[in-house]
Write a new protein. Structure first.
Length: 56
């Protein structure tokens, strides 16, 4: 995903609620490993178990 697109997705991700963040994270395609890591920086650590469940 190019930089401009990622910036838009990242902003949407940051403004989303927990369920929205999970939906965005689990349905995005074409991100680099680094871009996934950048999104995780904006994911509340206390809800990581929900994200892990969604990824299974």
């Amino acid at each position: 995903m190019d930089t401009k697109e990622f910036r838009e997705v990242s902003e949407e991700f940051q403004n989303a609620d927990i369920d929205g963040k999970i939906k965005i994270y689990t349905t995005l395609e074409g991100l680099t490993q680094n871009q996934y890591k950048q999104l995780l920086k904006h994911f509340p650590i206390e809800h990581l178990d929900k994200l892990e469940d969604a990824l299974m």
